[in-house]
Design a protein around this ligand. Sequence first.
Ligand code: ACO
Length: 337
Amino acid sequence: MHEENRQDMNQEKKVGIIGLGKYLPDNVMTNKDLENMVDTTDEWITQRTGIKERRIAGTDEATSDMALAAAESALKNAKLKATDLDLIIIATITPDMFFPSTACIVQQRLGVEKIPAFDINVACSGFIYGIAIAYQFIKTGSCKHVLVVGAEKMSSVTDWTDRSTCVLMGDGAGAAVLGEVKEGGILSVYLGADGSKGDLLKMPAGGSRMPASIKSVEGKLHYLKMEGNELFRHAVRIMADAALKATEPLGLKGDDIDLVIPHQANIRILNAVAKRMGIDPEKKLYLNIKKYGNMSAASSAVALAEAVEEGRIKKGNVILLDAFGAGLTWGAIVIKW
Ligand code: ACO
């Protein structure tokens, strides 16, 4: 993987993000609202996670609806039409249904025909994996423009009686259009996974191992189950290590990175990662977890879109996307803007 990356870095064609978009449902659920639902407090949630509020999609709103809205705004931002796309990738662990894929639903609703479209199931690292795949397709000349969307309706797999998980999640979507760029672009890509720790974060039922049954519903097995403490420990190590693996081949140190766009899982995880990377979190860590909580694959996509919108990323800046999630999976990407 690293050797390939190094080779890629020497090749001519530059691939970058040419448009970004996002969609957040209107409905805001605050920590105060959660105080009325489970035994928790605004103080506990704020101190332990950094989250103040999150968006919750409507009952009639599915992941494809949010993905479509984010995709349309990214296409507009890229000044492209849907028919200019050659491939659609949707990163989600909360698809509309098992099949057809959410990407095929979005393809149809964008009004484009025939181009390949598929979902990837990589949890919180999904947007980074999606960008990595798009990068390869463009680099090899197979595609000119690729749409990558991170979209999640985490509220649909959340047990609203479990205080250890329900305070963490939110719904939303972020999208990027990738294409060839004249300057800068993606400088390095690092991906990884460790299936031996899959039990730390999973939704046990609904698949072929345990199809839906009265017993599975009564046992609340269609909800996200998480061993938060264990995950926390791995997350800090994994994210700091991924950052190093993506920056080291380029000879970059913490100081050379202008802004880190991390997966927004927990503010304490992110501050610990910043410390390990030797960067000042106040200046170089982009955070929006306070407003949205953890939106899984949508988190880094929305964070990147907002960082650009707010002028935190300027032309020529070197940014690092860094994420980890269920699987376990992880990834980091360095981009020169
Ligand atoms: N309100 C009040 N008390 C709570 C709550 C709550 N919402 N949740 C748990 N507690 C209690 C616990 O019961 C425990 O009480 P006890 O000491 O009496 O047993 C106490 O608070 C401490 O619990 P911990 O689990 O040790 O709390 P911790 O500081 O570890 O924070 C948290 C928990 C926020 C879940 C943290 O472990 C975390 O963020 N882990 C990582 C989560 C993550 O990153 N997930 C992966 C990405 S998600 C994806 O891929 C889809």
